[in-house]
Design a protein around this ligand. Structure first.
Ligand code: FE2
Length: 192
């Protein structure tokens, strides 16, 4: 795990400063949330460190890289290539940094959309990215997500998706099917 973190940090040194600062805040937040819930904080930290390695890439570069990686693109990803930054970084993690921890690879791949049946590490990385201090300071609506993150990760994810899907609808934007699938999967579990 130490070697993996070293390779991630080498790449992190190359991302723009503002993005790197967001990643560091996300890592600290992920550690805190993980420790509160008895989840492996080191793996959450590593997932958080890698989650945005492709976040500063242009749409064009993301499309070209995803073609090279032979990723299957949905219509929405072709229209909104930014959605590819998680899957592209996940590919690097697995194939270039030799990460065999599939939970970590998924945590990076699905950190933007979520997916049904996320594992605890995936949930922590997903939530930490959304409630790192700067994001909450910029958008007070996220406070409820942060509050839920203290005691119930599923509720935190639902409350985030509720805000996110609502704001996408209001802005007439596309909604990734995986976000809806995640919403439905957690809601259905809750109603049982
Ligand atoms: Fe992020």
């Amino acid at each position: 795990m130490e070697k993996l973190l070293e390779s991630i940090e080498e790449r992190l040194a190359l991302v723009p400063e503002g993005l790197r600062a967001h990643v560091q805040r996300t890592r600290a937040t992920a550690r805190n949330i993980a420790e509160n819930h008895g989840i492996d904080a080191t793996r959450c930290d590593v997932g958080a460190a890698a989650h945005d390695l492709a976040r500063h890439w242009t749409n064009q570069a993301l499309l070209a890289e995803s073609q090279y990686q032979k990723l299957k693109l949905s219509d929405i990803e072709e229209k909104e290539p930014l959605l590819l930054h998680g899957p592209v970084a996940a590919f690097w993690l697995r194939n270039e940094m030799n990460c065999s921890d599939s939970e970590l690879v998924s945590a990076v791949a699905y950190h933007t959309t979520g997916r049904p049946k996320m594992t605890p590490v995936e949930k922590v990385v997903f939530i930490a990215d959304k409630v790192e201090p700067e994001k909450v300071a910029r958008n007070e609506e996220l406070e409820i997500v942060l509050r839920h993150a203290e005691d119930n990760l599923d509720l935190a994810i639902l409350s985030y998706l509720s805000l996110r899907i609502r704001s996408l609808l209001e802005a007439n934007k596309l909604i990734h099917p995986l976000s809806l699938d995640t919403w439905n999967a957690i809601s259905a579990e809750k109603s049982h």
